[in-house]
Design a protein around this ligand. Structure first.
Ligand code: STR
Length: 417
């Protein structure tokens, strides 16, 4: 395939690969093609070849396999200069030193403080603030209706809520939230020219480094300060490491929970019988949240891990130096794991809690419990205040943003009554 983003076309390795379309609207079609391509499938990411794993059991096994690492220097296509910073997805992988990009003992050192701050027990302390943000944003929804009574649930509710929460936790001032939202939107969009993406990433690095320096001088009661002061488990974190963790937390905490909340609302509105069950108390919100995570995961594909040795999976061999993507959407729809009706949204499904949307193994999402608290606050409050909530346009008219790794809607226009 002709590849404008890399220094040279990766010799013939993309043949027979499933091409991941940056403009995809039909995600179910993409998921089905990946499943059909095999347990381990060859994919083409804007001209760059990689493997992806499409089944629950094998993904679980690979996520525990220490021969797969996050260090980009283990990637043959990177080492040889075939993939460069000109590739639009590079920011998903080459994101600086943090718990997202390091393995083993160093990974534990980078991650301990964050995972300790985000346990369900510790999160009880932030629940009241999340409830308060939710109420505030519900007021804004009501006030934000246009002359036809339509308001964008994404822009006014689902997007600001996680930003407020992660901003509070990390100590990012409210005045910066709009800037961060705009920058991350541009970061994820495949319509953003790569030079602009690299420039905004550089700006974000400066922003986060300044925040870390401020908190180093004057520690506050936030996780950024805790990361700076952390000493247990070895050496204190360097400024670069705190910056790396901080930006990973803000990017992940902001982007993914938007999807969880919106995808849950969309699933319920298109399955009114199940919405009824929840509103009548016959099913609980946790069931909605877990089934949404399984059926319509915010993260479609997670980039990337690299093989430090040849790894055999079934009939295929991942060669040393090759890259592996985890295709969480296909994994959530695995019929071996969830049964022949895995493509159906069903909050009463017995396996609804047995999804792997937050990953598995050492890198399992440290923010999983936080996102569950956010969704478990936002969803009942939203439907409690607006029990007649409905889409203002037919569901088919909801468009997906051109984002390769996320199921990210452009807007979600609703009527409140
Ligand atoms: C974005 C760019 C950056 O500065 C730091 C990170 C590290 C964490 C990444 C994040 C990235 C992109 C979105 C990710 C997140 C971890 C979980 C989240 C991949 C590369 C998603 O699952 C979408």
């Amino acid at each position: 395939m002709n590849c404008p983003h890399t220094a040279a076309a990766p010799a013939g390795r993309s043949t027979g690969a499933v091409v991941i379309d940056p403009m995809v609207q039909d995600l179910d079609g993409e998921t089905a093609r990946l499943r059909d391509a095999g347990v381990l499938a060859r994919i083409d990411l804007l001209g760059v070849p990689a493997w992806t794993v499409t089944r629950h059991a094998e993904a679980r096994q690979l996520l525990l396999d220490q021969r797969l690492v996050k260090d980009i220097d283990a990637w043959e296509l990177w080492r040889s200069g075939v993939v460069t910073r000109a590739w639009p997805l590079i920011g998903m992988i080459d994101a600086g030193r943090s718990m997202f990009t390091v393995d083993g003992a160093e990974h534990r050192r980078l991650r301990t403080k964050t995972s300790q701050a985000l346990t369900p027990r510790r999160l009880e302390a932030v629940r009241p603030a999340i409830e308060e943000f939710t109420e505030e944003l519900l007021d804004q929804l009501e006030a934000g209706r246009d002359e036809n009574g339509v308001v964008d649930l994404k822009a006014v509710f689902a997007q600001p809520l996680p930003m407020k929460v992660v901003g509070m936790l990390m100590g990012v001032d409210e005045s910066q939230h709009a800037m961060l939202t705009r920058q991350y939107k541009a970061f994820f969009s495949m319509l953003t020219p790569q030079d602009e993406r690299l420039a905004l990433l550089a700006e974000l690095d400066v922003f986060y480094a300044e925040l870390v320096r401020e908190r180093t001088a004057r520690p506050a009661d936030d996780l950024t300060s805790a990361l700076i002061l952390a000493e247990e488990g070895g050496e204190p974190l360097t400024e670069e490491e705190v910056v790396g963790n901080l930006k990973a937390m803000v990017a992940a905490g902001h982007e993914t929970t938007i999807g969880l909340v919106l995808n849950a609302v969309r699933a319920l509105l298109s399955h009114p019988d199940q919405l009824r069950m929840v509103l009548d108390g016959e099913a609980d919100w946790d069931a909605v949240i877990e089934e949404t995570l399984r059926w319509d995961t915010p993260t479609t594909h997670l980039l990337m891990r690299f093989a430090t040795e040849d790894i055999t999976v079934g009939d295929e061999v991942i060669r040393e130096g090759e890259g592996v993507v985890i295709s969480y959407r296909a994994i959530g729809r695995d019929i071996e794991q969830h049964g022949p009706d895995a493509d159906a949204f069903d909050i009463t499904r017995p396996t609804r809690n047995r999804h792997m949307t937050f990953g598995h193994g050492p890198h399992i999402c440290p923010g999983a419990a936080l996102s569950r608290v956010e969704a478990a606050t936002a969803l009942p409050a939203l439907f409690g205040r607006f029990p007649g909530l409905r889409l203002a346009v037919p569901d088919e008219e909801i468009t997906k943003l051109p984002v390769m790794t996320q199921n990210d809607m452009a807007a979600f226009p609703v009527l409140l009554d």
